[in-house]
Design a protein around this ligand. Structure first.
Ligand SMILES: *Cc1c(COP(=O)(O)O)cnc(C)c1O
Length: 363
C-alpha cells in the first residue's frame, strides 16, 4: 500500500488529525487497572456534554453497525415489533440488521432525499404498539438532517411503550445532540465520522428506560448487551478488552473538540456546509436534500449537470483528494462531500478549486 496521504472529504471515514494519529501510537495499558479506570472516567463529562445527557454513554470496539445491532437487540421483546422509519440507505441497512437479529420488523419508507417530518411519519405510528421506533438523525446517503426535536415528541405521544432508537453516526460531533431533552432512548455513533477518530470505536448513549427494557428482553446475546455494559460501566470498565489505543485516539479527538469549543465546531462545520452548497449551486449543480433539512456534515450534490462523476472522482484522487460517489441507487446522479471533522476552510477551498479545474477540462 502506498503511504501517500490522501486527504479525505468522505462522509466517513474522515481525515484524522496528526495529534490523534500520534495518540494512537502510545504504549498499550491494561484495561483492569486504576490507571485505566481514571482514563475511562475522564471520558464521562465530555461524552455527556456531546450527547446532551446526564445518563450513560457506553463505548465498544465496533463500527457503527454494531450499535445498530445493540439498539435493536436490547429493546425489542419477543412477539413485539420494531418500526423502522427510513429515508435513505442507512435506515434501510438498519432495517436489514433488525431482520438479521430475528426481530419482527415493520418498515415505513419515504422517498430518499425527503425528511422524516411529523407529517411524513404520522401514518406509520397508527398500525400497532411498537417496542421500538428506529430512525437515522443524519442520513449520510442523501445529506438530509432529520428534525429530531419535531418528530420525537410525536413518536413519544403516539407510542409511549416504544424505545426511541436514533442512529447518530454522521451527526454526533458535527451538530447538536440533545439526548435527554429530545427524549431519546438509544443514540449511537462511530468514531470515524464527525468525531474524527480512526475507525473501530463506537459509542452509544442509553437511557434508564432502555436499560429497564433490556431486563425484559431475552436472547440479547453477550457482546452488545447493555446489562453487561452497565455492570462494567459502573466500574469504569468495558466487559471485554477495551480498545485502549482507539480510546487514546478518541481522547485526543475530544481534546481537539473541546479546545475548539463545541459551539465553535458546529459553527465551523455549518460554514463549510454553506460554502459547499453555495459553490455547487453556483456551478450548476443541485442539492439533493430540501433547503430546510440540509445536513451540516455531508452535502449530497445532485448532479443535474450530468457531469462525469467517476471521471471527477478519479481526477481528484490523482491529486490526493477523496470524495464519495452517491450511494447505490443514486450513484452518479449524486455525489457526496463530507465536511465533518477538522477540515478547514482552506482545505475545502483547495478541494473546490480542484473540482473547478476538472469542470474546465470538460468544456
Ligand atoms: C457510516 C454510517 C453508518 C455505518 O457505520 P459503520 O461504522 O460503517 O458500521 C451507519 N449509519 C450512518 C448514518 C452512517 O453514516
Amino acid at each position: 500500500m502506498k503511504d501517500d496521504h490522501l486527504r479525505l472529504f468522505l462522509p466517513g471515514p474522515v481525515e484524522v488529525h496528526p495529534d490523534v494519529r500520534e495518540a494512537q501510537a502510545k504504549y498499550v495499558i491494561g484495561h483492569r487497572g486504576d490507571d485505566f479506570h481514571q482514563f475511562y472516567a475522564s471520558f464521562r463529562p465530555r461524552l455527556n456534554a456531546l450527547f446532551g445527557t446526564e445518563q450513560r454513554v457506553y463505548m465498544a470496539a465496533s463500527s457503527g453497525a454494531g450499535m445498530w445491532e445493540a439498539a435493536t437487540r436490547n429493546t425489542v421483546r419477543e412477539g413485539k415489533y420494531i418500526l423502522q422509519l427510513n429515508n435513505g440507505a442507512f435506515g434501510k441497512r438498519w432495517t436489514g440488521v433488525s431482520n438479521d437479529c430475528g426481530k419482527l420488523v415493520d418498515t415505513f419508507e419515504i422517498e430518499w432525499g425527503k425528511p422524516l417530518t411529523p407529517e411524513a411519519i404520522a401514518p406509520a405510528l397508527e398500525k400497532r404498539a411498537y417496542d421500538a421506533v428506529a430512525l437515522v438523525h443524519n442520513e449520510t446517503s442523501t445529506g438530509v438532517l432529520n428534525p429530531m426535536s419535531e418528530v420525537i415528541p410525536l413518536i413519544r405521544e403516539k407510542q409511549p411503550e416504544a424505545m426511541i432508537l436514533v442512529d447518530g453516526v454522521s451527526a454526533l460531533g458535527g451538530t447538536p445532540v440533545k439526548f435527554d431533552e429530545w427524549g431519546i432512548d438509544v443514540y449511537t455513533t462511530a468514531g470515524q465520522k464527525a468525531l474524527a477518530t480512526p475507525p473501530g470505536i463506537a459509542l452509544c448513549a442509553v437511557s434508564d428506560r432502555a436499560l429497564a427494557r433490556a431486563e425484559e428482553v431475552s436472547g440479547i446475546g453477550y457482546y452488545f448487551n447493555f446489562l453487561h455494559w452497565e455492570v462494567a460501566y459502573k466500574k469504569d470498565e468495558t466487559p471485554a478488552t477495551s480498545p485502549v489505543t482507539l480510546m487514546f485516539a478518541l481522547d485526543a479527538a475530544l481534546e481537539k473538540i473541546f479546545e475548539e469549543g463545541i459551539e465553535e465546531r458546529y459553527a465551523r462545520i455549518e460554514s463549510l456546509a454553506v460554502k459547499t452548497r453555495e459553490w455547487m449551486l453556483a456551478h450548476g449543480f443541485g442539492l439533493f436534500a430540501p433547503e430546510d433539512y440540509l445536513s451540516p456534515t455531508v452535502t449530497c450534490v445532485h448532479n443535474i449537470n450530468d457531469v462525469d462523476v467517476p471521471g471527477m472522482i478519479q481526477y481528484l484522487r490523482d491529486r490526493s483528494l477523496v470524495i464519495s460517489n452517491g450511494y447505490t441507487g443514486i450513484k452518479n446522479v449524486t455525489f457526496r462531500i463530507g465536511h465533518m471533522g477538522h477540515n478547514t476552510e482552506a482545505d475545502l477551498d483547495h478541494l473546490l478549486a480542484t473540482i473547478a479545474e476538472f469542470l474546465e477540462t470538460q468544456n
